[in-house]
Design a protein around this ligand. Structure first.
Ligand code: C5P
Length: 223
């Protein structure tokens, strides 16, 4: 049903977690399987788009036909996204670590009961906000995710404004929702026009439905 909807369009999707090294064997990360981001990239490909998928470490195959860039850290992800621009649509589905260790130790930190290691964290670049606030070359549609454990819709509305993006896909990650690593997801789509709760669907179905919704919002789309 979505065939050709994004023909001639360029789409960039981020997916998966980022890994921020503490030393050569340890890292800080968020939980993320990459399933939702990869499903969105596949749906965009099925709709005829030219797709760049910038992915952190995941156990998923590269979607055939996408240009896949594999990264570890938020800063690498940011550079890869910048290099992949311009695009018509940017979807930030990655669970980017908000913080990284200020310094990553060159050798494995040894266990020493008298000296507990202290981590100084510094903020990572906010890729979604940076793309949404670009002066020149901003994608027509910038989409982010809000994974929250409480006050989902209020948080998503605040995030829409704070990040400057056009759409936030809000999903509850309370443990009973089974979102992490699961095949299904229940989301609400938050735009300036309002809140649209979707039924529980597979992550593949959410990808397809999102691509159809975005194709209608693109400037020049038939209404
Ligand atoms: O602020 P928060 O992390 O909750 O926002 C989530 C959204 O922002 C997701 O779309 C995520 O991909 C994006 N994000 C980002 N870079 C960051 C943090 C979050 O692109 N450093």
């Amino acid at each position: 049903p979505s065939a050709g909807l994004l023909a001639g369009r360029r789409v960039i999707v981020t997916s998966g977690p980022t890994h921020e090294p503490i030393d050569p064997v340890r890292y800080i990360a968020n939980r993320s399987s990459g399933k939702q981001g990869h499903a969105i990239a596949k749906a965009a490909l099925a709709a005829g788009a030219s797709v760049t998928l910038v992915t952190g470490p995941v156990n998923l195959p590269d979607p055939p036909g996408a240009s896949c860039i594999h990264v570890e850290t938020a800063r690498e992800m940011y550079r890869a996204v910048e290099a992949a621009l311009p695009a018509d649509i940017f979807v930030g589905a990655a669970a980017v670590a908000d913080w990284r260790a200020e310094e990553s130790a060159p050798e494995k930190i040894k266990k020493d009961p008298d000296q507990r290691p202290a981590l100084t964290l510094v903020e990572n670049p906010d890729i979604l906000a940076a793309v949404a606030r670009r002066g020149g070359g901003r994608p027509a549609l910038v989409v982010g995710f809000a994974a929250e454990t409480e006050n989902l819709i209020d948080n998503a509305k605040a995030k829409l404004a704070r990040k400057g993006c056009d759409m936030i896909i809000a999903n509850s990650v309370r443990s009973e929702a089974g979102t992490f690593g699961g095949e299904r997801n229940k989301v609400a789509v938050v735009t300036a026009a309002g809140v649209d709760p979707w039924p529980e669907l597979t992550k593949g179905e959410i990808g397809e439905r999102l691509i159809v919704a975005l194709s209608k919002l693109l400037p020049g789309a038939a209404t």
